[in-house]
Ligand binder design. Structure first.
Ligand code: HEC
Ligand code: HEC
Length: 305
């Protein structure tokens, strides 16, 4: 009995959701949320929260809706559609789409660019869009295997400001070149084919001491104000390696001569880093962690992918 009581509201909402989806959404988003038109996004398989959140962004005006012409010649857009739905209807339809399966669209793509995109994604985007943007539980729109034409339109809208970004995404997005965006698009269109070659945890961190060193050097070179802006930018875009008393003490007692370099090695060891990248090869000879110059590290990455 308890089971029936618990299960009933979900089943009811899901049935209502199915009715709403078929009547109000399927003409554009397809059967079970799998869109047949490349300029319209698939949404079946997004999490319940993602659907509600995305619908909210139209209601709040964070996202300018595109006008769509229907078969009968009339026009509408997502903002109008969201306006016409009650809270209960939104809950029900979100639950319905969350119950569907995400089926990536098979589309042609440029493999070299997709590989490059996979690397950029894992460094800058993978935290919030894990496994190439294929994990519904991350509660964002799914990216892996979404239609190319639709995604390209979203990139344009992010660029022009027609669609507002979450602050933390914007910080990273603003560091992308147009070539980076083109590569990311190929990666998403490839439906994450190359993400299995990279773990989402393949990322880099800067030693904590580097920030103070850069600040010191930059103040001398470009003045306090500009140095502050540059260091703020670095802090917002780069991960910072661990630093604490134990790291300093262990580094002090290590066999590496230079204290600062020993701190870098110890911080890398504590964070289970696979490699250290440095131009200062002299002092890292005693490092238990393999080290590379930026140039040899790039070659290694190319070999790996
Ligand atoms: C007339 C066509 C049309 C109908 C009907 C329609 N949509 Fe949309 N929907 C779009 C278009 C076009 C976009 C993407 C472009 C934009 O932002 O305008 C979109 C975007 C979305 C998104 C965001 C997807 C993403 O990846 O960011 C969600 C969620 C969504 N629609 C849900 C719904 C739901 C739920 C319904 C039914 C209640 C519905 N839509 C009905 C055309 C439609
Ligand atoms: C701090 C978390 C965060 C980071 C980092 C992040 N994103 Fe997002 N992303 C979001 C959120 C939040 C949304 C919008 C809401 C949603 O999709 O559910 C979003 C939406 C998107 C969309 C729109 C998908 C759609 O169909 O609506 C694209 C494309 C996208 N992100 C690409 C990127 C790229 C490229 C990067 C790396 C440069 C990135 N994101 C980094 C959080 C993030």
């Amino acid at each position: 009995m308890a089971f029936v009581l618990l299960a009933a509201p979900h089943v009811l909402a899901s049935e209502t959701g199915e009715r709403i989806a078929e009547a109000e959404c399927a003409a554009c988003h397809g059967e079970r949320g799998r869109s047949e038109q490349s300029d319209l996004p698939s949404i079946g398989g997004f999490s319940e929260f993602a659907i509600m959140d995305l619908l909210d962004s139209y209601r709040l005006g964070f996202r300018k809706a595109r006008v769509v012409e229907l078969d009968d010649g009339s026009e509408t857009d997502m903002a109008q559609i969201v306006e016409s739905l009650s809270e209960e209807a939104i809950d029900a339809v979100a639950l319905y789409y969350a119950d569907q399966e995400w089926i990536p669209h098979e589309q042609p793509f440029d493999a070299d660019l997709a590989r490059r995109g996979a690397r950029i994604h894992s460094v800058k985007c993978g935290k919030c869009h894990p496994r190439g943007g294929s994990v519904p539980e991350a509660d964002h729109a799914l990216l892996a295997g979404q239609w190319r034409e639709y995604l390209a339109g979203e990139f344009r809208d992010f660029d022009s400001g027609a669609r507002r970004m979450a602050d933390r995404m914007k910080k990273r997005y603003d560091t992308l070149s147009q070539a980076d965006k083109a590569a990311l698009l190929e990666f998403y269109v490839s439906a994450g084919r190359y993400s299995s070659e990279l773990s989402d945890s393949s990322s880099g961190a800067w030693p904590a001491t580097s920030f103070t060193t850069v600040d010191y050097l930059a103040r001398k070179a470009v003045g306090a104000e500009e140095a502050k802006a540059q260091v703020a930018y670095l802090l917002s875009t780069l991960e910072v390696g661990p630093m604490n008393g134990a790291i300093l003490r262990d580094a002090f007692e290590s066999t590496i001569r230079d204290f600062e370099d020993a701190v870098v090695v110890e911080s890398a060891r504590v964070s289970n880093a696979d490699y250290i990248v440095t131009r200062d090869l002299r002092d890292f000879g005693a490092s238990p962690i393999p080290f590379h110059t930026p140039e040899s590290f790039r070659k290694l990455l190319d070999l790996m992918h």
